[in-house]
Design a protein around this ligand. Structure first.
Ligand code: SF4
Length: 353
């Protein structure tokens, strides 16, 4: 009896990786999924924070995909190791601070490491790796020339199979060995999503997540601007998980070089930010309903506090009032400040990050 072959699929939670895994499953190969948590993932965290998204189901899409496919999913925390990819990408960034090409090499390489870690798979590793990549779908990381580069630099070489565009690429080991039938794979290319959507329908898949822009916040221009601002203001390119989580919530304004404010935009964000009150100088209007505001910076003086209090008043219900009382918590001391809310037209556009 031929040996039952096993593949590990990189599962982002989007449609392509779901299809890739399903196509290989349908060829009789046992598939297990792996999802890497970098800290920048759109999945999980922010989905669960914002109140206004309540109408949408709050789910971890990678886990949901695994459930739909009936496969085991390993969620692996790579936050620490991933820092080097974000801070020093050998192949540079995409349109924003997204190091997609290095990221893909990293993830396939990490998946290869699981091969020798028997704990990860039910029984002793796997035979090959699959991803949902499509030739030409992304300008930098998914070009025909970069496909072999990812395979080579990750060390996966011909163990890396992309079922959705395999027909456009050289044969891989699983195809040569007959573990999968190349003829039943696909030759999708370009940014047009119609072939994937048609395949999904053919396979009876009717629901999938469609994150705008990509699988992580690094592709987002506003997020990347805030990250670059954080590095510049601190004078060092480094980050911790809390830093990159806080860049996902609130409105960020930098009124002075030494500090910025983070203003909760709605109840869900205010509650999330409450968890950070001890770490930051923070303020909230006490005379009117208003957002929680965190101050992130250094050498914050009384003048800075007064400016931040006026901004805090501006973003609350007291924005049109003559005076607003703002409760200021700074270095363990609470004080009330009576301030005139800053008129919208006096807030320079370049304060908004
Ligand atoms: S969008 Fe983010 S997670 Fe996806 S490949 Fe690019 S850097 Fe990696």
């Amino acid at each position: 009896m031929p040996k039952q072959r096993k593949a590990v699929a990189l599962i982002s939670g989007g449609l392509d990786s779901m299809l890739a895994a399903r196509v290989i499953q349908d060829q009789g190969v046992t598939v297990e999924g792996v999802n890497f948590f970098t800290g920048f993932c759109v999945e999980g965290h922010t989905h669960a924070i914002r109140e206004k998204k309540r109408a949408k189901p709050k789910r971890n899409n990678a886990l949901w995909v695994a459930e739909q496919l009936g496969i085991k999913l390993h969620i692996v925390d790579v936050i620490e190791e991933y820092k080097d990819i974000v801070l020093n990408p050998r192949h540079g960034y995409g349109a924003n601070l997204n190091p997609c090409l290095d990221c893909k090499v990293f993830m396939v390489k990490k998946a290869m490491e699981l091969k020798v870690n028997a704990e990860f798979m039910d029984q002793h590793g796997f035979d090959f790796i699959i991803t949902g990549e499509v030739v030409g779908q992304r300008p930098k990381s998914q070009r025909k020339q970069t496909m072999p580069l990812i395979a080579k630099e990750s060390g996966a070489n011909d163990l890396l199979l992309r079922p959705l565009c395999a027909k456009l690429l050289p044969e891989t080991l699983p195809e040569r060995k007959g573990w999968v039938d190349r003829q039943a794979l696909y030759g999708f290319h370009g940014r047009n999503r119609t072939p994937q959507i048609e395949l999904a329908r053919e396979l009876g898949i009717e629901d999938w997540s469609q994150p705008a822009g990509g699988c992580c916040f690094l592709t987002d221009i506003s997020y990347s601007t805030k990250l670059a601002d954080m590095w510049q203001s601190r004078g060092t390119r480094a980050y911790e998980l809390d830093d990159i989580m806080l860049l996902k919530v609130g409105r960020h304004l930098r009124p002075r070089p030494n500090f910025k404010i983070i203003v909760g935009r709605e109840e869900g964000e205010n509650r999330f930010m409450e968890g950070y009150r001890k770490r930051f100088t923070h303020m909230i209007s006490s005379s009117h309903t208003g957002p929680l505001v965190l101050l992130d910076g250094e050498d914050i003086n009384r003048d800075d506090l007064a400016l931040a209090a006026r901004l805090t008043a501006r973003f609350g219900q007291g924005r049109d009032a003559g005076l607003v009382t703002v409760e200021v918590h700074d270095k363990g001391v609470m004080q009330n400040m009576e301030v005139v809310p800053m008129p919208t037209e006096q807030i320079p556009a370049d304060w908004y990050l």
